[in-house]
Design a protein around this ligand. Structure first.
Ligand code: COA
Length: 156
């Protein structure tokens, strides 16, 4: 079971030296992975790129952008060998804390309609489905819809 007590201590900024292991995970985890070029662009642009690392082993990463009080989650990924152990939830919770601390009002994301595991993670974390972009993603057979989700941070 995931260690929930000090998870944030295992999150650090991604650097260019992390690209080989990150791309290895990306290629294992997705049928349609990002290219090294896309990942490099994220690192060199104003995007936020973090890795989850334990004992010098990268076990996941998260990439997002912010514009004013909006945050766009672009990629959240856990190494397949560590999936379904609660780490994706911890990484998403870490992002929600980051968002609160940075006065974010709304988080947005897009997910493949077939990605039931990720959709369940987002729904149980409080994201709401806002819409659909039909035939948005390439798929093994043609195209696949993107579902749009949003999370409103309640200011208390
Ligand atoms: C999606 C992903 C980040 C979830 O991380 P994870 O560590 O596997 O998920 P967790 O173990 O934290 O599970 C959290 C919740 O998500 C749901 N969930 C995760 N994987 C699931 C699966 N395969 N099937 C059904 N539900 C799943 C469950 O609701 C789970 O809650 P529970 O423990 O109460 O059952 C991870 O599976 C992953 O990296 N997938 C490949 C990349 C990807 O699809 N990223 C999302 C792109 S939008």
């Amino acid at each position: 079971m995931a260690d929930t007590n000090n998870f944030a201590e295992y999150i650090r900024l991604m650097t260019e030296f992390d690209l080989p292991p990150v791309m290895q995970i990306e290629n294992q985890a997705y049928d349609f992975p990002w290219t090294t070029g896309i990942m490099t662009d994220c690192l060199t642009s104003a995007y936020y790129c973090y890795v989850y690392e334990v004992n010098d082993e990268i076990r996941g990463y998260i990439i997002f952008s912010t514009v004013l009080d909006e945050l766009h989650l672009l990629n959240i990924c856990i190494t397949p060998a560590y999936q379904n152990k609660g780490y994706g939830q911890l990484l998403l919770d870490w992002l929600l804390n980051f968002a609160r601390e940075n006065k974010t009002k709304t988080l947005y994301l897009e997910v493949r309609a077939s990605n039931r595991g990720a959709i369940r993670l987002y729904e149980t974390s409080g994201f709401n489905e806002m819409g659909c972009r039909p035939a948005y993603y390439p798929a093994k057979k043609g195209k696949e819809d993107a579902l749009l989700f949003a999370y409103e941070i309640l200011l208390i």
